[in-house]
Design a protein around this ligand. Structure first.
Ligand code: HEM
Ligand SMILES: *[C@@H]1O[C@H](CO)[C@@H](O)[C@H](O)[C@H]1NC(C)=O
Ligand SMILES: *[C@@H]1O[C@H](CO)[C@@H](O)[C@H](O)[C@H]1NC(C)=O
Ligand SMILES: *[C@@H]1O[C@H](CO)[C@@H](O)[C@H](O)[C@H]1NC(C)=O
Ligand SMILES: *[C@@H]1O[C@H](CO)[C@@H](O)[C@H](O)[C@H]1NC(C)=O
Length: 479
């Protein structure tokens, strides 16, 4: 018996026909849907299971820049089951950070930081939701607003003064500028937060206590986005290198430094005679807002980690380029001589140092301290440049590649602050070829504070010292 007679005999033909035409209809609809909306961005072919892990290497901003040269400004690849997307052109960056910003502003939490007691209080690693918004508002008013910056200027100057005094004592000796700049920035931030210094210029390697070491380890374990391996489900479950356990250990060591101060101030803030005018630090504000210790630990660690490593790296690169380009250094020195005639450099004088400012932009173009931004995550499937970005993809923007792209910049590998003179191009998130702080919802909230520190440190050091390399080392050999 063939199938038709079976159906006829059993009187099943009508429903079968209906069913099959529904099936046919579904098929037609499915086929008719434009295939372009289903297409992932192109990218290098991967291996089964590990995907492209073996191709990333230790500097993913460089390896993904190579992929981009081959596959275009929007690429995708896999690590395990995880899809990653990297944008490397201003157009792609604009689509991600502006047009689709509302769908692409969540985060993926590095394995090291996946701690249920901390993530809900995170500014850096939480999704862009209500609790994140209110944290951001508090930080904006108390730490990053123009008014807050103004009220911190005395502390900033004081720490800068300590740095300059220290350098005068050490004049002629070899100094690791990154170390002393780090200490200066760190003490500035902890003074704003806790009204206290924690590091000592005279004890550069922090042998006295391990706070610097713990924070560096925290950055290394989790803040280091180069550690792609830590993001991915296939690795997460195992905590392969014991990263999470080690991070918890360093967190606990770090928090121990702050516990007593927090408890002491909590007593003040909770006392019946307390009034807001008595607040003298960011800690007092957090306590007024009824923050728990865990909330305070998390926010403070993030601000310190985000604020010191990035700013130090920028000062370090700017100084390196100045040593390489003596003519740039002399131009800045002349500008300072022309515009600054007082002992301390005031804000209004700083704003006149246009060549210094152009130099900072140029250093940010070639040496973005966060070369891929922090990882963004797609909360919904969406389209970017006519490609599909599936829900839960991890998205990076390759600032390093854009800064060195001849399609974006003339003579991209030369250090030429002049390119920013008489140019409106700025790093505030409006010009998508220069995004060292990101753009959109996740833009770095610390930008004004970071830039101000960099301007003040560079201007003061150039004004008072000659920067030279030890033993006439060849500046072009610095990497
Ligand atoms: C030259 C200095 C700095 C650079 C280049 C820089 C750059 C960045 C970048 C690229 C991001 C990620 C943006 C994104 O994922 O789209 C970021 C986030 C962040 N930065 Fe900065 N930053 C600097 C200084 C600072 C300072 C001084 C602070 C605080 C005192 C700070 C606090 C933060 C925080 C809290 C976030 C997370 C924001 C969020 O996820 O919503 N940064 N920064
Ligand atoms: C915001 O997102 C974080 C995780 O990213 C979560 O822990 C927190 O509870 C969320 N807050 C709100 C108000 O939804
Ligand atoms: C802090 O610790 C790191 C890593 O242990 C070290 O490389 C750096 O020189 C230290 N910096 C300061 C300022 O002590
Ligand atoms: C910032 O952190 C990264 C990752 O640990 C490290 O490689 C780099 O040397 C640090 N930079 C500075 C200036 O501390
Ligand atoms: C996307 O596709 C539309 C319609 O096919 C086309 O008009 C547009 O130019 C494309 N955009 C890009 C960036 O390729």
């Amino acid at each position: 018996m063939d199938i038709t007679s079976f159906l006829r005999d059993n009187n099943l033909s009508t429903p079968f026909l209906v069913l099959s035409s529904i099936f046919f209809l579904l098929l037609v609809i499915k086929l008719a849907k434009p295939t372009s909306s289903k297409k992932l961005p192109p990218g290098p072919p991967g291996l089964p299971i590990i995907g492209n892990l073996h191709q990333l290497g230790r500097k993913p901003h460089i390896s993904t820049a190579k992929f981009a040269r081959e596959y275009g400004p929007l690429i995708s690849f896999r690590l395990g089951k995880q899809i990653l997307v990297v944008a490397s052109s201003p157009e792609a960056a604009r689509e991600i950070l502006r047009t689709q910003d509302h769908l692409l502003s969540s985060r993926v939490v590095p394995a090291a930081f996946q701690q249920p007691s901390l993530i809900p209080h995170s500014l850096m690693w939480s999704d862009a939701n209500l609790s994140w918004k209110s944290l951001k508002t508090l930080c904006r008013t108390e730490l990053f607003s123009a008014k807050a910056l103004e009220s911190h200027s005395r502390l900033r100057e004081q720490k800068l003064g300590h740095l300059l005094d220290f350098l005068h004592i050490k004049q002629g000796e070899t100094i690791n500028m990154e170390d002393v700049v780090f200490i200066t920035l760190f003490n500035t931030l902890t003074s704003i937060i806790f009204s206290r210094d924690f590091l000592d210029l005279k004890d550069v390697h922090g042998t006295r206590d391990g706070l610097n070491e713990s924070l560096h380890k925290i950055i290394e374990y989790g803040g280091n986005i180069n550690d792609f391996g830590s993001f991915f489900p296939i690795f997460e479950r195992f905590d392969l290198q014991g990263i999470r356990k080690e991070t918890v250990k360093q967190y606990e060591k770090t928090f121990a430094y702050w516990e007593d101060i927090i408890e002491e101030r909590r007593v003040h803030v909770n006392s019946p005679t307390w009034s807001s005018e008595h607040a003298r630090s960011f800690l007092d504000r957090m306590l007024e807002n009824k923050f728990s210790n865990n909330q305070i630990y998390q926010l403070v660690t993030e601000v310190l980690v985000a604020g010191t490593n990035t700013t130090t790296s920028l000062v370090g690169w700017a100084m390196t380029e100045l040593v390489r380009h003596k003519e740039v250094m002399s131009k800045i020195a002349e500008e300072i001589k022309r515009e600054v005639n007082t002992d301390k450099i005031s804000d209004s004088q700083l704003s006149k140092l246009t060549y210094l400012h152009a130099t900072i932009k140029e250093a940010l173009r070639l040496h973005p301290p966060v070369p891929l931004l922090l990882p963004h995550k797609a909360t919904e499937t969406c389209e970017v440049l006519n490609y599909t970005i599936p829900k839960n993809s991890i998205i990076f923007v390759n600032l390093w590649a854009m800064g060195r792209d001849p399609k974006v910049w003339d003579d991209p590998l030369s250090f030429k602050p002049e390119r920013f003179i008489d140019s409106k191009l700025d790093f505030k998130g409006q010009d998508f070829e220069l995004l060292p702080f990101g753009s959109g919802r996740r833009i770095c909230p610390g930008m004004p504070s970071g830039i101000k520190s960099v301007q003040l440190i560079l201007a003061s050091v150039i004004r008072e010292f000659d920067l030279v390399l030890p033993n006439d080392a060849d500046p072009m050999k610095l990497i």
